[in-house]
Structures are given as structure tokens and as C-alpha cells.
Design a binder for this molecule. Structure first.
Ligand SMILES: *Cc1c(COP(=O)(O)O)cnc(C)c1O
Length: 397
């Protein structure tokens, strides 16, 4: 069995030792319910407050602006529904987003469209970026919300969030950002970024799965997500996931403390990987090379299927992703790559490699040595590649 090289950190990350250590006391020693008035409960409450304070510090906001959730999807759902329904009360039923958001955002928006909202999905440029100017041009008097992701989970492009936030602030429109791929990886500051609402998820920065948070700027009304007890200032009932909160806070604190060093290391590994794989003929890097998450590589190779590439790489111990979420079993190419304007045939041959601090130069050397072999093997058995080589169809990249 080969050594496993895990390069699918945009899907999920391994938990850090710090996160695990921070969680263990709450499984046994500190088992109280933070709502209980006795000592055991109050110790738990203090721990919860401490976790919330740490998370707030990392985002430059106040602890009471942080609401714990079950993850990024829940945070996205709640922020978007809340802003939309509050807007509707004032007769505002227009929402601005982009075509390449995560499905937690897109499906929430689709549902709102069925409920009578109008959503403008801004086109993404071929480099995977939108501009604040385009957002500004799309804002109408009845715009309730702008929701644009901080960094894309497939192609890794980082949007000009502070500029977009400024445009929204000036127009008096609520701005939400799905920052699940950004938090813990690049600097995120809700004040400097002019953000009103933000979603994050612990398992994307070496924290536990099933744990996330949303930021909602003080004074902005937030709908109740779950009816019941008074937890999360009455917005989300249910006894808190104390271990999860402590794990998330520890993981985030660690990620933010080491952010610059990690980003530097990952950017160097990433660039080495991009340069190595770009030598493959008829290949293409997807998304802007510079405004890009430190650990993200996303490439297309003409004439092959991303899924076949993945399976053969897995057999060589390389765990990656095609980036194309095969929604409901259909093999549609990634909506993100299509939003960047790639033709279907090209988008099918995609590979996403998302690195973490645990990856080494040796990992990169191995990937750079193996991927070209697998691509060549697949092209040799591909009827499409044969047609391309014979000039019966034009090369698109
Ligand atoms: C992973 C991810 C989510 C969903 O987060 P979960 O915690 O898995 O629900 C949402 N948005 C983006 C951009 C993501 O990468």
C-alpha cells in the first residue's frame, strides 16, 4: 500500500492536536449544561463563553455577534433566509449573488426564488472573480441582500470582499459572505471587510465536523432558526455543543496564529504544483493565479474524465477531488467551472488538489511525477483524445 497523500483539504481537514485536546475535557470532566445554574453548569457556561470570545477575537467582532451553528451549510441557510425575509417585510425582494456559490447558498436562493424573491446571479469572469463595480451596478432600490463567497471552494479564487462590502454599505444593502474556505486560511476581519453577516465551518480549518458559526453584525435583526430554549440569545434553541465549540475555537485560534507562516509555505508548495502540472500539454489552470487561496490548485486536462483521473490517482495513494460535485448521481460538470466559461468537454477533465500544512515537498514531487503518467494513460485510451490528435475536433485548451 502506498503512503496516502491527502490533498482534498477543501472537502475537509484532519483535526489538529490542539483542537482534540481542547475538546476532550467536555466529554467527561466538564459535562454540565451551560443553562444550569449550579456549579457544574456554570463551569460549562464559562467554557462556552470562552470559546465564543476566542472566535469573535479571530474575526474582530464581539462575542455576542457570534452564533454557533452545526456548520457552514446551516450558517449560510440562516444568514440568507434571515436577511431575505427581513428585507421582504420592507418590500425588498431582490437578492444579488454569483453563479459559482456553494450549493448551501445556491439551493437556499433557489428556494427563495420559489417563494417570490428575484435573484440576480452575477457572471464570474474567466479568472473566477467578480468586481465591486459589477455588484454596484446590480444593486436596485429593492435589493435586500448581496451574498458573495469570500473564497471559492473549487477554484480557490478570493473575491475583493472589502470593496464589495463597501459598495453594499454605501447602498444600505446587507452583505453576507460565505467565508467557509477563507476563515483560518487568509486574513478575515469583519470590520475591515465591511461584512454584515458571515458563515464559517470548523472542519475546514482543522476543527471538528458538524460545528460552525455565523457572524451577524450587532443591530441587524436575525430570525430564530430553531424554536425552543433561550440558547444563542433565543435564536437557536438546543443544548450547546460545548466540545464542538471548544474544538472550533482552539482550531481557529491556532490557524490564525500561524496564518502567515502557513500561507507562505502553502503558496510555495501550490506554485510548485501548478508549475509542474502546467507542463502537461493541453492543460489549464482554473481561476486567477494570484488572487487565490494558498493551498488551492485546480486544473483541467483535455481529453479525459476527471472521475477516471481521480480513481487512478487514488490507486496511487493520492486523494484529490475532481471539483465537480456529482449532484444526485448525475455526471454534470462542475457549475463553478461552467460559470468560469469553460466548455463542458474541458470542465469534465478537472482536478482539484487542496493542500494543508501537513503536505511536504516530497508529496508535491510525487504528485507532479504521477499525474502526467495517469493523464497520458487515460488519453491513450480516450476516443475523444484520438479525435483531437487526428485533428477531427479542435483543441479547446
Ligand atoms: C464546506 C463548505 C460549506 C459547507 O460547510 P459544512 O460545514 O460542511 O456544512 C459551505 N460553503 C463552502 C464554501 C464550503 O467550502
Amino acid at each position: 500500500m502506498n503512503k496516502i497523500i491527502y490533498v482534498d483539504n477543501a472537502a475537509t481537514t484532519a483535526m489538529s492536536d490542539k483542537a482534540i485536546e481542547a475538546m476532550t475535557p467536555y466529554f467527561k470532566g466538564v459535562y454540565g449544561n451551560p443553562s444550569s445554574l449550579h456549579t457544574v453548569g456554570q463551569v460549562a457556561k464559562e467554557a462556552l463563553d470562552e470559546a465564543r470570545t476566542k472566535i469573535a477575537k479571530c474575526l474582530n467582532c464581539e462575542p455576542r455577534e457570534i452564533y454557533l451553528t452545526s456548520g457552514g451549510s446551516e450558517a449560510d441557510n440562516q444568514c440568507i433566509r434571515s436577511a431575505a425575509l427581513q428585507g421582504a417585510k420592507k418590500g425588498k425582494k431582490h437578492i444579488i449573488s454569483t453563479a459559482f456559490e456553494h450549493h448551501a447558498v445556491l439551493h437556499t436562493l433557489k428556494k427563495l426564488e420559489k417563494e417570490g424573491f428575484e435573484v440576480a446571479y452575477l457572471d464570474v469572469h474567466s479568472n473566477g472573480l467578480v468586481t465591486a463595480k459589477e455588484v454596484k451596478a446590480a444593486i436596485r432600490p429593492d435589493t435586500a441582500l448581496v451574498t458573495i463567497m469570500y473564497a471559492n471552494n473549487e477554484v480557490g479564487t478570493i473575491q475583493p470582499i472589502a470593496e464589495i462590502g463597501k459598495v453594499c454599505r454605501e447602498a444600505g444593502v446587507i452583505f453576507h459572505t460565505d467565508a467557509v474556505q477563507a476563515v483560518g486560511h487568509i486574513p478575515v476581519d469583519v470590520k475591515a471587510d465591511n461584512v454584515d453577516m458571515l458563515s464559517l465551518s470548523a472542519h475546514k480549518f482543522h476543527g471538528p465536523k458538524g460545528m460552525g458559526a455565523l457572524y451577524c453584525r450587532r443591530g441587524l435583526p436575525l430570525l430564530t432558526f430553531i424554536e425552543g430554549g433561550a440558547q444563542e440569545r433565543g435564536k437557536r434553541a438546543g443544548t450547546e455543543n460545548l466540545a464542538g465549540a471548544a474544538g472550533m475555537a482552539a482550531a481557529l485560534e491556532d490557524a490564525v496564529a500561524n496564518l502567515d507562516d502557513n500561507a507562505k509555505k502553502l503558496t510555495s508548495l501550490r506554485n510548485k504544483l501548478i508549475d509542474g502540472l502546467s507542463k502537461i500539454p493541453h492543460s489549464k489552470l482554473n481561476g486567477d493565479r494570484d488572487s487565490r487561496l494558498p493551498g488551492n490548485v485546480n486544473m483541467c486536462f483535455e481529453g479525459i474524465e476527471g472521475e477516471s483521473l481521480l480513481l487512478l490517482l487514488d490507486a496511487k495513494g493520492i486523494c484529490a477531488s475532481s471539483g465537480s460535485a456529482c449532484t444526485s448521481g448525475s455526471l454534470d460538470p462542475s457549475h463553478v467551472l461552467l460559470a468560469l466559461g469553460l466548455p463542458h468537454e474541458v470542465a469534465h477533465g478537472s482536478l482539484r488538489l487542496s493542500l494543508s500544512e501537513a503536505n511536504t515537498e516530497a508529496d508535491i514531487d510525487y504528485i507532479v511525477a504521477e499525474v502526467p503518467k495517469v493523464v497520458e494513460y487515460l488519453r491513450n485510451i480516450s476516443p475523444v483524445w484520438e479525435e483531437l490528435e487526428k485533428g477531427q475536433r479542435p483543441h479547446l485548451i
